[in-house]
Design a protein around this ligand. Structure first.
Ligand SMILES: [Zn+2]
Length: 285
């Protein structure tokens, strides 16, 4: 009798130990779903938190927001992988593909960048060697990432050297394009540039697939609303240049994201310090 009792206690203790050590669970049983379904909702899967087949994993979303806000930002909302009220849904950006003309480049250097911008009536400075500069060719140009330099407070494009040549920790080019305070565009590289880092979808917004534009700005104030602290000539040129790139390369507005929107984990980047909703609305006018 006592040996059975001891055994029972031992088994129970072992169970409690295992539960305490390995007992992490998915945040919701309903979030234990197929990994490909999770990806299609804009979520990411974590193994080891759900029972069942290996494809059933814990799905969570790093971009939960109000569905109406998501739509205004050009995204598509998906239910089931966000906690909270029903309107809080996983917002997947870049998934709406509006009808667009132009041709998406494939596996090439973007040697037509200067002509595209000049064709839109913009002032363009071609930086020596730009047509062969890059970390390899672009796989595509499916997306555009909007940045600011957080550079010096004066001068048209004082960040040119660092964007072209890089920093000690990151070799240049750091973006294909620069935008000066006067609205002048600097064409720096035709190839892959290190501007994006990890993104919500590297097949659209990663370095191999997205054009990076570094606009000269201090990044202060860090407000996310409006663009009153940007020179109007620069802001209007930003819109005009992006529109020209969208038309040439068939890039829908839902694939024009601020670095602050595309970077993962969320909150990793603050740029640009203007409203991307307002910027995208202007692109569609
Ligand atoms: Zn950035």
């Amino acid at each position: 009798m006592s040996s059975i009792r001891s055994l029972t206690i031992a088994v129970c203790l072992a169970f409690i130990y295992v539960k305490a050590t390995y007992g992490a669970e998915c945040w919701s049983k309903n979030a234990c779903i197929d990994t490909s379904v999770c990806a299609s909702k804009g979520g990411s899967s974590q193994r080891g938190l759900c029972s069942g087949a290996s494809n059933i994993q814990c799905c969570s979303c790093s971009n939960c927001m109000d569905a109406t806000t998501c739509k205004a930002r050009g995204g598509v909302s998906h239910t089931g992988i966000c906690s909270g009220a029903a309107n809080m849904q996983c917002c997947k950006m870049g998934s709406v593909v509006e009808p667009v003309s132009g041709t998406t480049p494939t596996n090439r250097m973007l040697t037509d960048l200067a002509d595209i911008l000049r064709g839109a009536g913009l002032t363009v400075v071609e930086v020596d060697g730009w047509k062969t500069r890059g970390h390899g060719i672009m796989a595509s140009a499916k997306g555009i990432l909007i940045h600011h330099t957080a550079g010096p407070a004066s001068g048209d494009f004082p960040s040119l050297r660092v964007v072209r040549d890089g920093r000690t920790d990151l070799p240049g080019p750091l973006s294909q394009l620069g935008l000066g305070r006067t609205g002048t565009w600097y064409v720096i590289a035709a190839g892959r540039s290190y501007h994006a880092g990890e993104t919500i979808d590297n097949s659209i917004f990663g370095n191999s697939n997205a054009i990076g534009i570094e606009a000269e700005a201090t990044g202060v104030p860090s407000t996310n609303t409006g663009h009153a602290h940007w020179p109007d000539v620069q802001y209007q040129s930003y819109i005009r240049g992006v529109k020209a790139l969208q038309a040439a390369y068939a890039i829908p507005t839902s694939r024009v994201l601020g670095h602050k929107e595309a970077a993962v984990p969320a909150g990793r980047k603050p740029d640009p310090n203007f409203s991307m909703d307002e910027f995208r609305a202007a692109l569609n006018q």
